[in-house]
Write a protein that binds this ligand. Structure first.
Ligand SMILES: O=C(O)CCC(=O)C(=O)O
Ligand SMILES: [Fe+2]
Length: 436
């Protein structure tokens, strides 16, 4: 378990190193699958939930209505609860019915919804009641359908994810040391103890070699090659961020993973073991009284491959939905490289940049998520500022090498690959915004 074989270049390497302003590269933009399939796509809670389940005791909602108001339509959430439709099973027709009924009620109390700072501006008082009723019904229906979608996705996510402290693995517990936790969460402290090139960049990033049994890594590599041959990979990415890359998702545990034969054994074992790392890191941090965020595991690995010429421009793994107001909650990126034949000159190194001072990157507070389920490629506001510096370290994608870094801070990219297929599996570890 040592850090080794990294090359450092002190200067910028030109255009490829510079992300464009408005760089939409925080996530691959093709073949992303559904929100529920992609770790980190939904949860945005930290201390303040962006969305709370409808409940009778709640009088105001969060700002999901957007254009019409910054608060929930008066009484609508209560009406939903009274109709027994707070769960995920409500049909669209039932939600429309609740919305219509509430609109009818409110037309008799226009002062609650029309006027300065209210749901509809004072101009609406010029309209007839029927027109106002229709407008309210339309707004309410949109609101209910939106929050209903969020509840559904949130439920799926919660079913799929667990706090990392419940995913402890002896393998990871034995291998993770306190200094790893320091390197990750307090790099400024770690620098004093460890003068590695990576630490010198002042990042939260660690490289671990010799942890994955070589045979397991080789088997996992063979399984990926087989899956590629069997046509399981996505199409080639057309994105300017990571042109030519291909990927597939491997749900190695939990609902949807059993008996479907989609995750071959070595990859499943590897995923299960990697998922033990955050819990071990959290525990080590606790032991040395280091403050670190609580984390959550989604047992879903992404395997990605880069062929000749394909690369990934500098980016961070945290991204937001830009105009959608969506933001992921990725906290840690855990990579494991699976390239038994990698040689110097094959390219595909992970380039890790030093990071300039930026605003603290914690999961955002409540945001609008109107297009939540349609998220495809709108990550355009994720990286509006180019805040990595000139220095970088290239990390070779060697068989079994594990790299862990802070998704929200660390700028990284992949150098153009020259090898036929450069493989990595990634586990994104999410913030745990659940109450204590
Ligand atoms: O494979 C790697 O080295 C990094 C991949 C990456 O940055 C990503 O998928 O976001
Ligand atoms: Fe990345």
């Amino acid at each position: 378990m040592q850090e080794k074989t990294m090359r450092t270049k002190p200067t910028s390497s030109g255009a490829q190193d510079k992300p464009k302003a408005n760089d939409p590269c925080g996530q691959r933009t093709s073949g992303m699958g559904t929100a529920a399939e992609v770790p980190g796509m939904v949860r945005m809670r930290k201390t303040k939930p962006f969305f709370e389940r409808p409940s009778a005791s709640r009088t105001a909602g969060t700002a999901v209505l957007g254009s019409a108001s910054s608060s929930a339509p008066p009484g609508l959430v209560e009406a939903l609860a009274q109709a027994g439709l707070g769960g995920t099973a409500a049909s669209e027709a039932a939600l429309r019915h609740v919305a219509e009924r509430r609109a009818e009620e409110l037309v008799e109390h226009l002062e609650e919804v029309v006027g300065e700072g209210k749901l509809l501006d004072a101009g609406w008082l010029q309209m007839g009641k029927e027109e106002i009723r229709k407008k309210l019904a339309e707004i309410f229906t949109g609101y209910l359908l939106e929050i209903h979608q969020i509840v559904q996705v949130s439920d799926v996510f919660n079913d799929l994810s667990v706090p990392c402290r419940t995913w402890r693995r002896p393998w990871a517990d034995a291998l993770v040391a306190a200094h790893h936790a320091r390197q990750l969460w307090a790099p400024h402290l770690a620098v004093a103890q460890d003068f590695s090139q990576l630490n010198a960049l002042g990042l939260g990033c660690i490289v671990l070699d010799g942890m994955v049994p070589p045979q397991l890594a080789a088997d996992a590599h063979a399984e990926l090659e087989q899956m590629a041959q069997d046509g399981k990979l996505s199409d080639f990415s057309q994105s300017t961020c990571n042109p030519g890359s291909r990927h597939l998702w491997l749900r190695f545990a939990g609902p949807g993973s059993d008996g479907d034969g989609l995750v071959p054994p070595a990859l499943a074992t590897l995923g299960d073991a990697l998922a033990g790392l955050p819990g071990a890191l959290e525990e080590r941090a606790r032991e040395v009284q280091l403050s670190s965020p609580r984390l959550r595991i989604v047992p879903n690995l992404m395997a990605a491959t880069y062929g000749p010429g394909s690369h990934y421009v500098p980016h961070k793994d945290m991204y937001s939905g830009g105009s959608c107001g969506f933001e992921n909650t990725r906290m840690l990126t855990i990579l494991c490289y699976l390239n038994p034949h990698w040689r110097p000159g094959d390219g595909g190194e992970l380039r890790v940049f030093n990071t300039l001072r930026e605003a603290p990157a914690s999961p955002g507070p409540g945001r609008r998520v109107p297009e939540l389920l349609q998220i495809t490629a709108d990550h355009s506001e994720s990286t509006t500022t180019t805040s990595h510096g000139e220095a970088f370290v290239d990390v070779e994608p060697l068989l079994g090498r594990i790299v862990i870094f802070r998704s929200r801070e660390v700028w990284h990219g992949i150098q153009p690959s020259k090898a036929p297929r450069r493989w990595a599996v990634t586990l994104w570890v999410l913030a745990d915004g659940q109450p204590e």
